[in-house]
Design a protein around this ligand. Structure first.
Ligand code: BEZ
Ligand code: FE
Length: 287
């Protein structure tokens, strides 16, 4: 077959997929071709516009490195990450809602004891985080691994400023106690713009969008026989809750970071100045 035109090219490409190695590859490839062709038919790009699109994707690939994943940012900012999340993690009674993983998770964060301060000595408002982990039946899960990570009071993660933090900070792995509880001290995170000095940042500004996320603490919680939970808890009242650049906010994940007076903190520690407190009870789904 040859001499394809605007009307025949899509079917010609679809026909070529008949030898795909498996059903799923055939299904995904055919859908991609149909949607991509429909997009081009709708947009009718000029040759220059199409070249710009290719240059954008090329640049997106070029800025990716071990510490920067621009394609994930692209997926996040176009709402695709949250769409994939919604398809794969339906809301379940008693289970905490999920949200995006984001690019700042680090495998193998330092294990810390309950109650430890993970701020790495960085300045900020003292912040006590307490919580529980339970199963769908409401029973406490003992020994669950609770990975946490968050930004500093200027909105930067440790991995964005290793020369300043001198290593990993504001991240750790805790284990819940025999009542399914965990607690730690740190500094209150701030809202922050996602990395926007690359092609995704240029795209956002061309689209008339800001790059900000509301202040939040990330959690990844896992335990044998339960599905791993990837989520955040957002600060109530944050100005970006309704315009999170990656569409990650769910009402169930918003909590007050309560300003507490000096004195005995909920974990029994005496504080000589005011501090913030966040408490959240996490529910895991059985696997
Ligand atoms: C984050 O919350 O760490 C994050 C999520 C998506 C894109 C950029 C950052
Ligand atoms: Fe984050």
């Amino acid at each position: 077959m040859r001499n394809f035109n605007e009307l025949t090219i899509t079917d010609a490409v679809l026909d070529r997929l008949s030898g795909a190695s498996d059903e799923r590859t055939a299904e995904i490839s055919a859908s991609l071709v149909r949607h991509l062709h429909a997009f081009v038919r709708e947009v009718r790009p000029t040759i220059t516009e199409w070249e710009k699109g290719i240059a954008f994707l090329t640049q997106t690939g070029k800025v990716c490195s071990d510490t920067r994943q621009e394609f994930v940012l692209l997926s996040d900012t176009l709402g695709v990450s949250m769409l994939v999340d919604a398809i794969n993690h339906g809301a379940t009674e008693g289970a905490t809602d999920t949200t995006v993983l984001g690019p700042f998770f680090v495998e193998g964060a330092p294990a810390k004891s309950l109650g430890e301060d993970i701020s790495g000595g960085l300045e900020g408002h003292p912040f006590l985080v307490t919580g529980t982990v339970h199963g769908p039946d409401g029973f406490a899960i003992q020994g669950a691994a609770v990975d946490v990570w968050h930004s500093d009071s200027d909105g930067y993660y440790d991995v964005q400023q290793l020369e300043r933090t001198g290593g990993l900070a504001m991240r750790a792995r805790f284990r819940t106690d025999d009542e399914g509880k965990f607690r730690f001290w740190t500094i209150r995170p701030a809202p922050y713009p996602i990395p926007h000095d690359g092609p995704v940042g240029a795209m956002l500004s061309k689209q008339g969008r800001h790059p900000w996320r509301p202040a939040h603490v990330h959690f990844m919680i896992s335990a044998p026989r339960y599905q791993t939970l990837v989520t955040h808890v957002f600060a109530e009242g944050d100005e970006y809750l309704d315009s999170d650049v990656v569409f990650g906010v769910k009402d169930s994940l918003v909590r007050e970071f309560v300003l507490m007076p000096a004195g005995a903190a909920p974990d029994g520690v005496f504080r000589d100045s005011p501090f913030f407190h966040l408490h959240y009870d996490f529910g895991l789904k059985q696997s």
